[in-house]
Design a protein around this ligand. Structure first.
Ligand SMILES: [Zn+2]
Length: 639
């Protein structure tokens, strides 16, 4: 048995979750006020039978005990595994030598950073040298208690002040260098990296100091200096302020991404506490993944320069140049749309007034800020407006330009309803028949960026796949791992999403597979497994093994089987959801909560329709279905 299964067997989800929130028995389930969002009536339900949980409110997500810990503790899968194994009294594979050394090193570097932050902070608050920095902060409107909350500091205008201080605290010179706090010149001389700067310690969500940003107090260059890439610090994943703001992001349900340190600090002081800043880099996939664990609603606050069309279009180029390691920059309309869908998140754009940063704006006019937040536009709408305002729609050339810029963005939308909606809007705005735009849209969707669906014309009747003892989740994943080309079809036809998988392991693998296929043209199981945690790797291997049972599958048979399994999987997910929703509805009816009853009924109606549509989509996409449609009563449905 795998460690994951063993943990699930030993820990009862009801017992476990009730250590976090008081659970109230309600029929065959337990309910509570959702621990992930603020609410007055409970919409968080725990299901003892399936050992799963779900929030039917704002979060509208659920999962198993692992998903719960990941969300609640803001950790990734390996860390959740470690925590739960400890709780269950199960020994994980001991760390090997290299991992031990890495862990030891990280702890040493954290201690060095913490000591440095305290040193800088003391100088800012109490020393005569810190006077200029203190006055600068006061001029910007930063109060003393805020300087303390963010542990702001001052690095003196000296070459060895910090180095000496850290050595006196018994830290090894190599480690100080590795933490990025000193620099070694070509001649071998070692000196302090940050001199004469206002210091911003950058922390991770757990509050460890992972790096620093330093700002000059005069006009010298560079204005900002960051810790370089170290074992602790990675610009592409660090989010300034997250240690202080993650609670508020979770509670408010929205994260606002800004650009500078001050843009987090001043709003925080004024009570706007759901902000984070990415440090002078483009927003990366890594940033989004971290934020997505806390909320599905992201707002990017862009200054008018960055929000301009060229900048949005060129985001990829600029970001790639600015970064020394491989990240996937997403600050392009197309990139944002793609990640919105992959992450199942909503991304909006807030454009700041000319010449005003969030900190100045909030200090001057709080209500204007609130208004800007409320009026932030979805990415596609924002970009559409941007393009249409820039071209002359009365001329044929302007129309052509608008179409050629906007169609690729619309083509990147996976959801067919949303895609059609935006296509229609574009057609209206440029006064063209949408049928004229459709062939180009389809060409873009079939383009090299997406793997094309396999040839579905089978020469002989497809043999039926061997019946498998596996669960549906595992069968789907195994087939996808064996035939990753089928993924686009599964996404489109069965509308499979990570949420459908109740086992967190399967969910992780599904998401990893989606990411991998969108970033790599070539599929290789070995390459794919490389990016996974040990437990997940073992799971992938055992899934792939199951494909070798019975006669080899032809691609056609795999396609049929996968369509069938994924449709059934999604239907079973929907029917569970509907059953659970009816419980919740009963509760609401007993309490006479009219507003809630209306909401729930609307959701039930929507899901029921979705459930019924699943079969239609399935029949339309499979051989078996097309045959059935010809013979059976379904033909009257117009398929
Ligand atoms: Zn919730």
């Amino acid at each position: 048995m795998s460690v994951v299964d063993e943990i699930k067997q030993r820990l009862d989800i009801v017992e476990f979750i009730s250590t976090y929130v008081p659970l109230q028995k309600s029929g065959r389930t337990y309910k509570a006020l959702c621990p992930f969002h603020t609410e007055k009536t409970p919409s968080f339900i725990v299901f003892p039978e399936t050992q799963t949980w779900r929030c039917f409110g704002a979060c509208s997500t659920g999962g198993d005990i692992f998903s719960f810990v990941m969300r609640r503790e803001n950790v990734d899968f390996p860390e959740a595994l470690r925590m739960l194994a400890e709780k269950a009294g199960i020994a994980l594979r001991p760390l090997d030598r290299a991992e031990m050394e890495l862990k030891g090193e990280k702890e040493r570097l954290q201690a060095i950073n913490l000591t440095a932050a305290q040193y800088y902070h003391h100088l800012l608050m109490h020393s005569p040298q810190g006077e200029a920095a203190r006055r600068y902060l006061e001029r910007r409107g930063v109060k003393r208690e805020t300087m303390v909350a963010f542990q702001l500091g001052y690095a003196p205008e000296e070459w060895h002040a910090l180095e000496e201080h850290l050595k006196r605290a018994n830290f090894a010179p190599e480690d100080i260098l590795k933490a990025g706090l000193t620099v070694k010149s070509e001649s071998g001389a070692v000196y302090d990296r940050f001199r004469g700067r206002l210091m911003f310690p950058i922390r991770d969500m757990q509050g460890h100091v992972i790096g620093f940003g330093g700002r000059v107090l005069d006009d010298s260059q560079p204005k900002y200096l960051n810790t370089p890439q170290t074992p602790l610090f990675d610009k592409g994943s660090a989010l300034y302020g997250i240690d202080l703001t993650h609670k508020s992001i979770r509670e408010s349900g929205t994260a606002i991404v800004v650009e500078g340190y001050m843009d987090v600090i001043i709003p925080y002081q004024c009570g706007v506490t759901n902000l984070v800043a990415c440090m002078g880099t483009a927003l990366t996939e890594e940033h989004l993944k971290i934020l997505k664990r806390m909320t599905k609603q992201l707002i990017l606050a862009l200054d008018p320069d960055a929000a301009g069309m060229r900048a949005v279009e060129r985001g990829v180029e600029a970001a790639q140049k600015g970064l020394e390691h491989k990240v996937v920059p997403v600050l392009t309309a197309k990139g944002l749309v793609r990640y919105e869908e992959q992450l199942n998140a909503e991304i909006r754009i807030l454009v700041l007034p000319e010449g005003l940063d969030p900190d100045e704006l909030i200090l001057r006019d709080r209500s204007r800020w609130d208004q800007l937040v409320a009026n932030a536009l979805p990415v596609v709408e924002y970009f559409t407006d941007l393009v249409l305002n820039a071209v002359d729609l009365s001329k044929a050339q302007g129309k052509r330009e608008a179409v050629s810029r906007l169609l690729p963005v619309i083509a990147a939308i996976d959801n067919p309803v949303a895609r059609t909606h935006y296509l229609q809007r574009l057609a209206q705005r440029v006064r063209m028949d949408e049928r004229q735009l459709l062939p180009e849209l389809e060409r873009l969707r079939a383009g090299p960026a997406r793997s094309s669906p396999p040839d579905r014309v089978a020469k002989a009747p497809a043999p039926t796949a061997p019946t498998s003892p596996l669960g549906l989740e595992e069968r789907c994943l195994a087939l996808l791992l064996g035939f990753p080309d089928l993924l686009p079809d599964v996404l489109e036809v069965a509308e499979l999403s990570a949420d459908v998988f109740q086992d967190e392991r399967n969910r992780q693998i599904f998401e990893a597979l989606r990411r991998f296929t969108s970033e790599h043209d070539e599929w290789s199981p070995e390459h794919f497994a490389l990016g996974l945690d040990t437990e997940l790797k073992a799971h992938v291997e055992s899934l792939l093994q199951t494909l070798h049972v019975g006669p080899p599958l032809s691609p056609e048979a795999a396609h049929e089987d996968l369509m069938k399994c994924s449709t059934r999987l999604r239907k079973s997910y929907l029917s569970h959801l509907l059953r659970d929703l009816r419980f919740v509805l009963q509760d609401a009816q007993e309490q006479g909560a009219q507003e809630r009853i209306r909401e729930l009924n609307a959701t039930i109606e929507r899901l029921t329709r979705d459930y019924l549509e699943s079969d239609k989509r399935f029949y339309a996409a499979t051989l078996l279905g097309r045959k059935k449609a010809k013979e059976g009563p379904l033909s009257s449905d117009g398929i």
